[in-house]
Ligand binder design. Sequence first.
Ligand code: PEP
Ligand code: MG
Length: 599
Amino acid sequence: MAQARSIKGTAVAPGLAMGPVHVVRAHPERVPTWSIREDDVDAELERLNRAIAVVSERLEERKRRVAAQAGEKDAEIFAVHRMILEDPIARKNLRSQLRDERINAEVCVQALVERLVETLGGLEGNNVRAYGADVADPWRAVLAELMNRETEDFVSSGEKVVLAAAELTPHVVSLLDRDRVLAIVTETGGRFSHGAVLARSFGYACVVELPNLLSRLEQGLRVIVDGDAGTVQLAPTDADVDAFLERRERRVAWIDELKSDALLPATTTDGTHVEVQVNIESLRDLDTFDLDHTDGVGLLRTEFLYMERSQFPSEEEQYRLYRRAVERMGGRTLTLRTLDIGGDKQLPYFKMPKETNPALGWRGLRVSLEWQDLLNVQLRAALRASAHGNLRILLPMVTSLEEVQRVHQIFQRVRAQLVDQGYEIPSDVPVGVMIEVPSAVMIVDSILEEADFVSVGTNDLVQYLLAADRDNAWVSRLYDPYHPAVMASLARIAERTRAAGKTASVCGEMAGDYATALMLFGMGFQTVSVSPHFVAEVKHAVRQVSTSDLEQLAARARAARNGAEVRAALEGLRARLHDHQSEDDASGVGGDTSGRSAQ
Ligand code: PEP
Ligand code: MG
Protein backbone atom coordinates (compact mmCIF):
# COMPACT_ATOMS: atom_id res chain seq x y z
CA MET A 1 0.00 0.00 0.00
CA ALA A 2 1.36 3.45 -0.89
CA GLN A 3 2.28 5.48 2.17
CA ALA A 4 0.68 8.90 2.63
CA ARG A 5 3.06 11.69 1.73
CA SER A 6 1.87 13.92 4.51
CA ILE A 7 2.30 13.08 8.19
CA LYS A 8 0.23 14.79 10.85
CA GLY A 9 1.85 15.53 14.17
CA THR A 10 1.65 18.15 16.88
CA ALA A 11 2.59 21.74 16.10
CA VAL A 12 5.21 23.05 18.51
CA ALA A 13 6.71 26.13 16.88
CA PRO A 14 5.21 28.19 14.07
CA GLY A 15 6.62 28.71 10.62
CA LEU A 16 6.76 27.24 7.15
CA ALA A 17 9.95 25.64 5.90
CA MET A 18 11.13 23.57 2.98
CA GLY A 19 14.46 21.78 2.67
CA PRO A 20 16.34 18.48 2.73
CA VAL A 21 16.14 16.43 5.91
CA HIS A 22 19.16 15.69 8.01
CA VAL A 23 18.42 12.69 10.20
CA VAL A 24 20.17 12.49 13.56
CA ARG A 25 20.05 10.27 16.58
CA ALA A 26 19.85 11.95 19.97
CA HIS A 27 22.19 9.44 21.59
CA PRO A 28 24.68 8.07 19.07
CA GLU A 29 25.83 5.26 21.35
CA ARG A 30 22.46 4.22 22.68
CA VAL A 31 19.82 2.14 21.01
CA PRO A 32 16.56 3.98 21.67
CA THR A 33 13.93 2.02 23.58
CA TRP A 34 10.23 2.63 23.53
CA SER A 35 7.07 0.69 24.16
CA ILE A 36 4.70 -0.23 21.37
CA ARG A 37 0.96 0.09 21.78
CA GLU A 38 -0.90 -3.13 21.08
CA ASP A 39 -2.46 -1.68 17.94
CA ASP A 40 0.94 -0.69 16.59
CA VAL A 41 2.67 -4.07 16.91
CA ASP A 42 1.96 -5.06 13.31
CA ALA A 43 3.24 -1.77 11.98
CA GLU A 44 6.42 -2.19 14.03
CA LEU A 45 6.90 -5.73 12.65
CA GLU A 46 6.42 -4.30 9.19
CA ARG A 47 9.09 -1.66 9.91
CA LEU A 48 11.45 -4.43 10.98
CA ASN A 49 10.71 -6.46 7.83
CA ARG A 50 11.25 -3.44 5.65
CA ALA A 51 14.65 -2.78 7.24
CA ILE A 52 15.66 -6.41 6.68
CA ALA A 53 14.49 -6.21 3.06
CA VAL A 54 16.44 -2.99 2.45
CA VAL A 55 19.64 -4.50 3.88
CA SER A 56 19.11 -7.72 1.93
CA GLU A 57 18.67 -5.75 -1.29
CA ARG A 58 21.82 -3.78 -0.56
CA LEU A 59 23.78 -7.02 0.03
CA GLU A 60 22.57 -8.38 -3.31
CA GLU A 61 23.72 -5.25 -5.05
CA ARG A 62 27.10 -5.42 -3.35
CA LYS A 63 27.43 -9.10 -4.33
CA ARG A 64 26.85 -8.18 -7.99
CA ARG A 65 29.35 -5.32 -7.83
CA VAL A 66 32.08 -7.34 -6.10
CA ALA A 67 31.50 -10.32 -8.42
CA ALA A 68 32.00 -8.06 -11.42
CA GLN A 69 35.07 -6.37 -9.99
CA ALA A 70 36.81 -9.16 -8.04
CA GLY A 71 35.18 -12.45 -8.99
CA GLU A 72 32.42 -14.76 -7.72
CA LYS A 73 34.44 -16.17 -4.85
CA ASP A 74 34.96 -12.84 -3.11
CA ALA A 75 31.29 -12.04 -3.61
CA GLU A 76 30.10 -15.19 -1.84
CA ILE A 77 30.21 -13.64 1.61
CA PHE A 78 27.36 -11.32 0.67
CA ALA A 79 25.22 -14.26 -0.32
CA VAL A 80 25.99 -15.83 3.07
CA HIS A 81 25.02 -12.59 4.80
CA ARG A 82 21.71 -12.58 2.96
CA MET A 83 21.07 -16.15 4.11
CA ILE A 84 21.83 -15.15 7.70
CA LEU A 85 19.07 -12.55 7.45
CA GLU A 86 16.70 -15.29 6.27
CA ASP A 87 17.44 -17.54 9.28
CA PRO A 88 13.92 -18.63 10.37
CA ILE A 89 14.86 -19.11 14.03
CA ALA A 90 16.41 -15.66 14.32
CA ARG A 91 13.38 -14.11 12.58
CA LYS A 92 10.96 -16.00 14.81
CA ASN A 93 12.84 -14.89 17.95
CA LEU A 94 12.72 -11.28 16.82
CA ARG A 95 8.99 -11.47 16.14
CA SER A 96 8.19 -13.11 19.48
CA GLN A 97 10.26 -10.66 21.48
CA LEU A 98 8.65 -7.71 19.74
CA ARG A 99 5.15 -9.12 20.26
CA ASP A 100 5.63 -10.37 23.82
CA GLU A 101 7.52 -7.40 25.21
CA ARG A 102 5.81 -4.83 22.96
CA ILE A 103 9.12 -3.13 22.43
CA ASN A 104 10.62 -1.36 19.40
CA ALA A 105 12.44 -3.30 16.69
CA GLU A 106 15.85 -1.75 17.43
CA VAL A 107 15.94 -3.28 20.90
CA CYS A 108 15.06 -6.75 19.57
CA VAL A 109 17.72 -6.63 16.86
CA GLN A 110 20.30 -5.32 19.32
CA ALA A 111 19.50 -8.23 21.66
CA LEU A 112 19.94 -10.68 18.78
CA VAL A 113 23.32 -9.17 17.88
CA GLU A 114 24.42 -9.49 21.50
CA ARG A 115 23.27 -13.12 21.69
CA LEU A 116 25.15 -14.04 18.51
CA VAL A 117 28.36 -12.35 19.59
CA GLU A 118 28.14 -13.87 23.05
CA THR A 119 27.39 -17.42 21.90
CA LEU A 120 29.87 -17.66 19.05
CA GLY A 121 32.47 -15.30 20.55
CA GLY A 122 32.72 -17.58 23.59
CA LEU A 123 33.70 -20.62 21.51
CA GLU A 124 37.24 -21.84 21.12
CA GLY A 125 39.37 -20.73 18.19
CA ASN A 126 39.99 -17.43 16.45
CA ASN A 127 38.20 -18.47 13.27
CA VAL A 128 35.03 -19.36 15.12
CA ARG A 129 35.12 -16.07 17.01
CA ALA A 130 35.61 -14.18 13.76
CA TYR A 131 32.67 -16.11 12.37
CA GLY A 132 30.61 -14.89 15.36
CA ALA A 133 31.33 -11.26 14.47
CA ASP A 134 30.51 -12.05 10.84
CA VAL A 135 27.16 -13.63 11.64
CA ALA A 136 26.18 -10.60 13.69
CA ASP A 137 27.24 -8.17 10.97
CA PRO A 138 24.17 -8.24 8.72
CA TRP A 139 21.98 -7.78 11.78
CA ARG A 140 24.06 -4.76 12.75
CA ALA A 141 23.31 -3.39 9.31
CA VAL A 142 19.60 -3.91 10.00
CA LEU A 143 19.97 -2.04 13.27
CA ALA A 144 21.74 0.80 11.47
CA GLU A 145 18.99 0.86 8.88
CA LEU A 146 16.32 1.04 11.60
CA MET A 147 18.16 3.89 13.23
CA ASN A 148 18.99 5.65 9.95
CA ARG A 149 22.57 5.48 11.06
CA GLU A 150 24.69 4.85 8.04
CA THR A 151 23.75 8.00 6.20
CA GLU A 152 24.49 10.45 8.94
CA ASP A 153 27.53 11.97 7.40
CA PHE A 154 25.39 14.18 5.20
CA VAL A 155 25.85 17.70 6.52
CA SER A 156 28.10 18.88 3.81
CA SER A 157 26.20 20.65 1.08
CA GLY A 158 25.91 23.92 2.99
CA GLU A 159 22.17 23.96 2.28
CA LYS A 160 19.97 24.64 5.29
CA VAL A 161 18.33 21.49 6.59
CA VAL A 162 15.28 20.19 8.37
CA LEU A 163 16.59 18.29 11.37
CA ALA A 164 14.79 14.98 12.00
CA ALA A 165 15.30 13.02 15.21
CA ALA A 166 13.65 10.51 17.48
CA GLU A 167 13.25 12.87 20.44
CA LEU A 168 13.02 16.63 20.86
CA THR A 169 15.68 17.43 23.44
CA PRO A 170 17.78 20.56 24.03
CA HIS A 171 20.72 18.46 22.79
CA VAL A 172 19.05 17.78 19.45
CA VAL A 173 17.95 21.39 19.02
CA SER A 174 21.45 22.71 19.54
CA LEU A 175 23.24 20.01 17.54
CA LEU A 176 23.82 22.08 14.39
CA ASP A 177 24.64 25.75 14.00
CA ARG A 178 21.55 27.91 14.11
CA ASP A 179 22.09 29.18 10.59
CA ARG A 180 22.07 25.60 9.27
CA VAL A 181 18.61 24.64 10.50
CA LEU A 182 15.22 25.54 9.04
CA ALA A 183 12.98 23.33 11.11
CA ILE A 184 12.92 20.36 13.48
CA VAL A 185 10.69 17.33 13.23
CA THR A 186 10.67 14.49 15.75
CA GLU A 187 8.88 11.24 16.56
CA THR A 188 8.25 12.13 20.20
CA GLY A 189 8.52 15.18 22.45
CA GLY A 190 6.19 17.42 24.39
CA ARG A 191 4.93 20.85 23.34
CA PHE A 192 6.07 22.25 26.67
CA SER A 193 9.41 20.47 26.94
CA HIS A 194 12.66 22.40 27.13
CA GLY A 195 13.50 21.17 23.64
CA ALA A 196 10.31 22.82 22.41
CA VAL A 197 11.11 26.02 24.28
CA LEU A 198 14.52 26.11 22.64
CA ALA A 199 13.22 25.33 19.14
CA ARG A 200 10.80 28.24 19.43
CA SER A 201 13.52 30.50 20.73
CA PHE A 202 15.80 29.58 17.82
CA GLY A 203 13.01 30.45 15.43
CA TYR A 204 12.72 26.95 13.94
CA ALA A 205 9.40 25.66 12.71
CA CYS A 206 8.84 22.51 14.76
CA VAL A 207 6.48 19.54 14.65
CA VAL A 208 6.59 16.60 17.09
CA GLU A 209 4.71 13.35 17.71
CA LEU A 210 5.19 12.16 14.13
CA PRO A 211 4.81 8.37 14.32
CA ASN A 212 7.44 6.27 12.52
CA LEU A 213 8.95 9.40 11.05
CA LEU A 214 12.53 8.24 10.83
CA SER A 215 11.69 5.03 9.06
CA ARG A 216 10.04 7.08 6.31
CA LEU A 217 12.92 9.44 5.73
CA GLU A 218 16.13 9.04 3.86
CA GLN A 219 18.96 11.48 4.26
CA GLY A 220 18.48 14.50 2.02
CA LEU A 221 14.81 13.82 1.20
CA ARG A 222 13.04 17.14 0.55
CA VAL A 223 10.20 17.95 2.92
CA ILE A 224 7.83 20.82 3.70
CA VAL A 225 7.27 21.50 7.38
CA ASP A 226 4.22 23.41 8.52
CA GLY A 227 4.82 24.41 12.12
CA ASP A 228 1.39 26.03 12.33
CA ALA A 229 -0.73 23.11 11.18
CA GLY A 230 1.67 20.46 12.54
CA THR A 231 2.30 18.59 9.29
CA VAL A 232 5.29 17.29 7.37
CA GLN A 233 4.96 16.71 3.64
CA LEU A 234 7.44 14.24 2.15
CA ALA A 235 8.90 14.64 -1.34
CA PRO A 236 6.63 17.52 -2.40
CA THR A 237 5.50 17.76 -6.02
CA ASP A 238 5.94 20.92 -8.12
CA ALA A 239 2.36 21.88 -7.34
CA ASP A 240 3.03 21.42 -3.59
CA VAL A 241 6.08 23.64 -3.85
CA ASP A 242 4.14 26.36 -5.68
CA ALA A 243 1.43 26.27 -3.01
CA PHE A 244 4.07 26.42 -0.29
CA LEU A 245 5.79 29.45 -1.82
CA GLU A 246 2.49 31.26 -2.17
CA ARG A 247 1.52 30.60 1.44
CA ARG A 248 4.90 31.63 2.67
CA GLU A 249 4.65 34.92 0.82
CA ARG A 250 1.26 35.64 2.39
CA ARG A 251 2.64 34.72 5.79
CA VAL A 252 5.59 37.10 5.46
CA ALA A 253 3.23 39.92 4.40
CA TRP A 254 0.99 39.29 7.41
CA ILE A 255 3.95 39.23 9.80
CA ASP A 256 5.17 42.53 8.36
CA GLU A 257 1.75 43.99 8.95
CA LEU A 258 1.81 42.78 12.56
CA LYS A 259 5.26 44.22 13.08
CA SER A 260 4.06 47.75 12.47
CA ASP A 261 1.57 47.23 15.32
CA ALA A 262 4.27 45.82 17.56
CA LEU A 263 5.89 49.23 17.90
CA LEU A 264 2.73 50.56 19.51
CA PRO A 265 1.99 50.00 23.20
CA ALA A 266 -0.14 47.03 24.26
CA THR A 267 -3.20 49.06 25.17
CA THR A 268 -6.84 48.00 24.89
CA THR A 269 -9.38 50.07 22.97
CA ASP A 270 -10.45 51.73 26.25
CA GLY A 271 -6.95 52.47 27.48
CA THR A 272 -5.91 49.60 29.81
CA HIS A 273 -2.18 49.12 29.41
CA VAL A 274 -0.50 45.74 29.79
CA GLU A 275 3.08 44.66 29.20
CA VAL A 276 4.45 42.13 26.76
CA GLN A 277 7.95 40.97 27.59
CA VAL A 278 10.10 38.26 26.05
CA ASN A 279 11.71 35.00 27.14
CA ILE A 280 15.28 34.51 25.95
CA GLU A 281 17.85 31.76 26.34
CA SER A 282 21.00 33.51 25.19
CA LEU A 283 22.34 36.95 24.44
CA ARG A 284 22.29 36.12 20.75
CA ASP A 285 18.49 36.06 21.00
CA LEU A 286 18.58 39.82 21.59
CA ASP A 287 19.78 40.26 18.00
CA THR A 288 16.89 38.32 16.52
CA PHE A 289 14.08 40.80 17.20
CA ASP A 290 13.45 44.50 17.59
CA LEU A 291 13.78 45.47 21.24
CA ASP A 292 11.44 48.40 20.63
CA HIS A 293 8.65 45.85 20.20
CA THR A 294 8.92 44.65 23.79
CA ASP A 295 8.60 45.88 27.34
CA GLY A 296 11.74 44.07 28.44
CA VAL A 297 12.98 40.56 29.08
CA GLY A 298 10.65 38.77 31.48
CA LEU A 299 12.79 35.64 31.61
CA LEU A 300 16.45 35.03 30.79
CA ARG A 301 16.99 31.31 31.28
CA THR A 302 20.64 31.53 32.38
CA GLU A 303 21.14 27.75 32.43
CA PHE A 304 21.49 27.81 28.65
CA LEU A 305 24.48 30.14 28.99
CA TYR A 306 26.02 27.53 31.28
CA MET A 307 25.07 24.67 28.97
CA GLU A 308 27.00 26.19 26.06
CA ARG A 309 30.29 26.02 27.98
CA SER A 310 32.78 23.32 28.86
CA GLN A 311 33.14 24.47 32.48
CA PHE A 312 31.34 26.71 34.96
CA PRO A 313 31.51 30.32 33.77
CA SER A 314 33.53 32.46 36.18
CA GLU A 315 32.13 35.49 37.99
CA GLU A 316 33.96 37.77 35.58
CA GLU A 317 32.62 35.96 32.52
CA GLN A 318 29.06 36.04 33.85
CA TYR A 319 29.39 39.66 34.85
CA ARG A 320 30.48 40.63 31.34
CA LEU A 321 27.57 38.71 29.79
CA TYR A 322 24.93 40.08 32.14
CA ARG A 323 26.31 43.59 31.84
CA ARG A 324 26.23 43.40 28.04
CA ALA A 325 22.66 42.14 28.18
CA VAL A 326 21.41 44.77 30.59
CA GLU A 327 23.14 47.53 28.64
CA ARG A 328 21.58 46.29 25.41
CA MET A 329 18.16 46.65 27.04
CA GLY A 330 18.53 50.46 27.13
CA GLY A 331 16.67 50.96 30.38
CA ARG A 332 14.11 48.20 29.85
CA THR A 333 13.83 45.44 32.43
CA LEU A 334 16.06 42.39 32.24
CA THR A 335 14.79 39.54 34.43
CA LEU A 336 17.62 37.13 35.08
CA ARG A 337 16.55 33.75 36.38
CA THR A 338 19.15 31.96 38.49
CA LEU A 339 20.42 28.60 37.28
CA ASP A 340 17.59 26.13 36.69
CA ILE A 341 19.30 22.85 35.88
CA GLY A 342 18.13 19.28 36.41
CA GLY A 343 16.00 16.86 34.39
CA ASP A 344 16.69 17.41 30.69
CA LYS A 345 18.82 20.49 31.38
CA GLN A 346 22.21 19.02 32.24
CA LEU A 347 25.63 20.64 32.26
CA PRO A 348 28.29 18.54 30.53
CA TYR A 349 30.78 19.33 33.30
CA PHE A 350 28.54 18.87 36.36
CA LYS A 351 27.54 15.34 37.24
CA MET A 352 24.04 15.11 38.63
CA PRO A 353 22.62 12.02 40.30
CA LYS A 354 20.64 9.55 38.22
CA GLU A 355 17.10 10.01 39.46
CA THR A 356 13.95 7.96 38.97
CA ASN A 357 11.79 11.08 38.91
CA PRO A 358 14.04 13.95 37.84
CA ALA A 359 11.13 16.44 37.68
CA LEU A 360 10.57 15.76 41.39
CA GLY A 361 14.26 15.67 42.12
CA TRP A 362 17.31 17.80 42.40
CA ARG A 363 16.69 20.79 40.16
CA GLY A 364 16.39 24.57 40.08
CA LEU A 365 16.88 26.46 43.30
CA ARG A 366 17.44 23.19 45.16
CA VAL A 367 20.77 22.80 43.38
CA SER A 368 21.73 26.45 43.93
CA LEU A 369 20.98 26.24 47.65
CA GLU A 370 23.03 23.11 48.08
CA TRP A 371 25.93 24.28 45.96
CA GLN A 372 25.97 27.78 47.36
CA ASP A 373 29.24 28.64 45.66
CA LEU A 374 27.32 28.50 42.39
CA LEU A 375 24.66 30.83 43.69
CA ASN A 376 27.23 33.20 45.25
CA VAL A 377 29.09 33.55 41.98
CA GLN A 378 25.93 34.06 39.96
CA LEU A 379 24.50 36.60 42.40
CA ARG A 380 27.79 38.51 42.57
CA ALA A 381 27.92 38.71 38.77
CA ALA A 382 24.26 39.73 38.53
CA LEU A 383 24.49 42.36 41.26
CA ARG A 384 27.59 43.89 39.71
CA ALA A 385 25.79 44.01 36.35
CA SER A 386 22.74 45.60 37.97
CA ALA A 387 24.70 48.85 38.32
CA HIS A 388 24.47 49.18 34.53
CA GLY A 389 20.74 48.96 33.95
CA ASN A 390 17.41 47.71 35.11
CA LEU A 391 18.05 44.17 36.31
CA ARG A 392 15.77 41.89 38.33
CA ILE A 393 16.53 38.46 39.75
CA LEU A 394 14.09 35.57 39.55
CA LEU A 395 14.25 32.29 41.51
CA PRO A 396 13.12 29.02 39.86
CA MET A 397 11.38 26.02 41.47
CA VAL A 398 10.54 27.61 44.81
CA THR A 399 8.46 25.32 47.00
CA SER A 400 8.66 26.96 50.43
CA LEU A 401 9.03 30.28 52.16
CA GLU A 402 12.25 29.14 53.80
CA GLU A 403 13.89 28.83 50.41
CA VAL A 404 13.08 32.45 49.58
CA GLN A 405 14.28 33.58 53.01
CA ARG A 406 17.54 31.67 52.61
CA VAL A 407 18.17 33.33 49.25
CA HIS A 408 17.45 36.71 50.82
CA GLN A 409 20.10 36.09 53.47
CA ILE A 410 22.63 35.01 50.86
CA PHE A 411 21.66 37.95 48.68
CA GLN A 412 22.22 40.45 51.52
CA ARG A 413 25.54 38.84 52.42
CA VAL A 414 26.75 38.91 48.80
CA ARG A 415 25.62 42.50 48.41
CA ALA A 416 27.39 43.61 51.60
CA GLN A 417 30.57 41.86 50.48
CA LEU A 418 30.49 43.61 47.13
CA VAL A 419 29.90 46.99 48.73
CA ASP A 420 32.82 46.30 51.13
CA GLN A 421 34.95 45.53 48.11
CA GLY A 422 34.13 48.94 46.68
CA TYR A 423 31.51 48.00 44.07
CA GLU A 424 28.57 50.31 43.60
CA ILE A 425 25.48 48.16 43.84
CA PRO A 426 21.95 49.61 43.66
CA SER A 427 20.10 49.10 46.93
CA ASP A 428 16.84 48.05 45.31
CA VAL A 429 17.49 45.16 42.92
CA PRO A 430 14.12 43.35 42.86
CA VAL A 431 14.07 39.64 43.66
CA GLY A 432 11.09 37.69 42.32
CA VAL A 433 9.83 34.14 42.66
CA MET A 434 8.67 31.74 39.98
CA ILE A 435 5.34 30.21 40.89
CA GLU A 436 5.57 26.84 39.18
CA VAL A 437 4.88 24.31 41.92
CA PRO A 438 1.45 23.81 43.56
CA SER A 439 2.84 24.47 47.05
CA ALA A 440 3.91 27.94 45.90
CA VAL A 441 0.37 28.63 44.69
CA MET A 442 -1.00 27.64 48.07
CA ILE A 443 1.40 29.87 50.01
CA VAL A 444 1.50 32.71 47.49
CA ASP A 445 0.44 35.25 50.17
CA SER A 446 3.47 34.59 52.32
CA ILE A 447 5.74 34.38 49.29
CA LEU A 448 4.47 37.81 48.27
CA GLU A 449 5.56 39.18 51.65
CA GLU A 450 9.13 38.24 50.75
CA ALA A 451 9.15 38.60 46.95
CA ASP A 452 9.15 41.85 44.98
CA PHE A 453 7.25 40.22 42.10
CA VAL A 454 6.12 36.81 40.94
CA SER A 455 6.20 35.12 37.57
CA VAL A 456 4.15 32.03 36.82
CA GLY A 457 5.95 29.17 35.09
CA THR A 458 2.95 27.35 33.69
CA ASN A 459 5.09 24.80 31.82
CA ASP A 460 6.03 23.27 35.15
CA LEU A 461 2.97 24.29 37.12
CA VAL A 462 0.69 22.34 34.77
CA GLN A 463 2.83 19.20 34.99
CA TYR A 464 2.94 19.31 38.79
CA LEU A 465 -0.74 20.18 39.24
CA LEU A 466 -1.91 17.42 36.90
CA ALA A 467 0.83 14.86 37.58
CA ALA A 468 1.51 14.71 33.84
CA ASP A 469 5.12 14.96 32.68
CA ARG A 470 5.64 17.87 30.27
CA ASP A 471 8.12 15.78 28.23
CA ASN A 472 6.17 12.55 27.97
CA ALA A 473 4.12 11.97 24.81
CA TRP A 474 2.20 9.15 26.55
CA VAL A 475 0.55 11.60 28.90
CA SER A 476 0.47 14.63 26.63
CA ARG A 477 -3.32 14.38 26.45
CA LEU A 478 -3.47 14.73 30.22
CA TYR A 479 -1.20 17.74 30.20
CA ASP A 480 -3.96 20.30 29.80
CA PRO A 481 -2.99 23.95 30.38
CA TYR A 482 -6.71 24.80 30.43
CA HIS A 483 -7.69 22.33 33.17
CA PRO A 484 -9.93 24.05 35.76
CA ALA A 485 -7.24 23.45 38.42
CA VAL A 486 -4.81 25.48 36.32
CA MET A 487 -7.39 28.23 35.78
CA ALA A 488 -8.14 28.38 39.52
CA SER A 489 -4.42 28.56 40.37
CA LEU A 490 -3.79 31.32 37.85
CA ALA A 491 -6.76 33.36 39.04
CA ARG A 492 -5.65 32.96 42.64
CA ILE A 493 -2.11 34.12 41.91
CA ALA A 494 -3.31 37.16 39.94
CA GLU A 495 -5.82 38.15 42.58
CA ARG A 496 -3.45 37.73 45.56
CA THR A 497 -0.66 39.60 43.84
CA ARG A 498 -2.92 42.55 43.09
CA ALA A 499 -4.12 42.55 46.68
CA ALA A 500 -0.48 42.66 47.83
CA GLY A 501 0.17 45.62 45.50
CA LYS A 502 2.85 43.73 43.55
CA THR A 503 3.13 42.58 39.96
CA ALA A 504 2.54 39.13 38.49
CA SER A 505 3.42 37.90 35.05
CA VAL A 506 3.08 34.59 33.23
CA CYS A 507 6.21 33.38 31.46
CA GLY A 508 5.12 29.81 30.62
CA GLU A 509 4.64 28.93 26.96
CA MET A 510 0.84 29.10 27.06
CA ALA A 511 1.07 32.90 27.32
CA GLY A 512 2.48 33.00 23.77
CA ASP A 513 -0.92 32.06 22.40
CA TYR A 514 -2.56 35.45 21.92
CA ALA A 515 -6.07 34.43 22.99
CA THR A 516 -4.67 32.85 26.15
CA ALA A 517 -2.67 36.01 26.82
CA LEU A 518 -5.91 38.02 26.64
CA MET A 519 -7.50 35.64 29.13
CA LEU A 520 -4.53 36.06 31.48
CA PHE A 521 -4.80 39.85 31.29
CA GLY A 522 -8.50 39.49 32.04
CA MET A 523 -7.63 37.49 35.16
CA GLY A 524 -5.50 40.39 36.38
CA PHE A 525 -1.97 39.63 35.24
CA GLN A 526 -0.26 42.84 34.19
CA THR A 527 2.45 41.19 32.11
CA VAL A 528 3.07 38.18 29.94
CA SER A 529 6.52 37.09 28.86
CA VAL A 530 6.58 35.17 25.60
CA SER A 531 8.88 33.90 22.90
CA PRO A 532 9.88 36.93 20.76
CA HIS A 533 8.01 35.43 17.79
CA PHE A 534 4.67 35.90 19.53
CA VAL A 535 5.07 39.48 20.74
CA ALA A 536 3.54 41.12 17.68
CA GLU A 537 0.52 38.82 17.67
CA VAL A 538 -0.18 39.33 21.37
CA LYS A 539 0.11 43.12 21.10
CA HIS A 540 -2.04 43.16 17.98
CA ALA A 541 -4.74 41.20 19.81
CA VAL A 542 -4.63 43.43 22.91
CA ARG A 543 -5.12 46.50 20.74
CA GLN A 544 -8.33 45.09 19.27
CA VAL A 545 -10.24 44.38 22.48
CA SER A 546 -11.69 46.28 25.42
CA THR A 547 -11.09 45.70 29.13
CA SER A 548 -14.54 44.21 29.46
CA ASP A 549 -13.76 41.72 26.62
CA LEU A 550 -10.74 40.58 28.64
CA GLU A 551 -12.74 40.28 31.84
CA GLN A 552 -15.56 38.37 30.18
CA LEU A 553 -13.10 35.93 28.67
CA ALA A 554 -11.44 35.40 32.05
CA ALA A 555 -14.84 34.93 33.72
CA ARG A 556 -15.77 32.23 31.18
CA ALA A 557 -12.45 30.49 31.75
CA ARG A 558 -12.95 30.56 35.51
CA ALA A 559 -16.48 29.18 35.22
CA ALA A 560 -15.47 26.34 32.88
CA ARG A 561 -15.75 22.79 34.21
CA ASN A 562 -13.15 21.39 31.88
CA GLY A 563 -10.39 22.40 29.48
CA ALA A 564 -12.64 22.04 26.45
CA GLU A 565 -14.93 24.81 27.71
CA VAL A 566 -11.98 27.15 28.15
CA ARG A 567 -10.75 26.33 24.66
CA ALA A 568 -14.23 27.00 23.29
CA ALA A 569 -14.21 30.44 24.90
CA LEU A 570 -10.79 31.15 23.40
CA GLU A 571 -11.95 29.97 19.98
CA GLY A 572 -14.94 32.29 20.18
CA LEU A 573 -12.64 35.22 20.73
CA ARG A 574 -10.26 34.08 18.00
CA ALA A 575 -13.14 33.86 15.53
CA ARG A 576 -14.22 37.40 16.42
CA LEU A 577 -10.74 38.79 15.96
CA HIS A 578 -10.10 36.95 12.74
CA ASP A 579 -13.34 37.08 10.84
CA HIS A 580 -11.73 39.50 8.43
CA GLN A 581 -9.18 36.90 7.46
CA SER A 582 -9.59 33.97 5.15
CA GLU A 583 -9.33 30.44 6.59
CA ASP A 584 -6.08 29.91 4.81
CA ASP A 585 -4.45 33.08 6.07
CA ALA A 586 -5.47 32.21 9.58
CA SER A 587 -3.93 28.76 9.50
CA GLY A 588 -0.70 30.24 8.24
CA VAL A 589 -0.29 32.94 10.79
CA GLY A 590 -2.38 33.54 13.75
CA GLY A 591 -5.86 32.23 13.80
CA ASP A 592 -5.37 28.53 13.62
CA THR A 593 -6.66 26.65 16.58
CA SER A 594 -4.72 23.44 16.30
CA GLY A 595 -1.33 24.91 15.72
CA ARG A 596 -1.11 28.03 17.76
CA SER A 597 -3.21 27.52 20.81
CA ALA A 598 -1.50 25.96 23.74
CA GLN A 599 -3.19 22.61 23.47
C1 PEP B 1 7.95 27.26 33.20
O1 PEP B 1 8.11 26.24 33.88
O2 PEP B 1 6.84 27.62 32.76
C2 PEP B 1 9.09 28.11 32.85
C3 PEP B 1 8.92 29.29 32.29
O3 PEP B 1 10.33 27.62 33.09
P1 PEP B 1 11.02 26.44 32.23
O4 PEP B 1 10.19 26.22 31.00
O5 PEP B 1 12.39 26.92 31.93
O6 PEP B 1 11.00 25.30 33.17
MG1 MG C 1 9.96 25.91 34.96
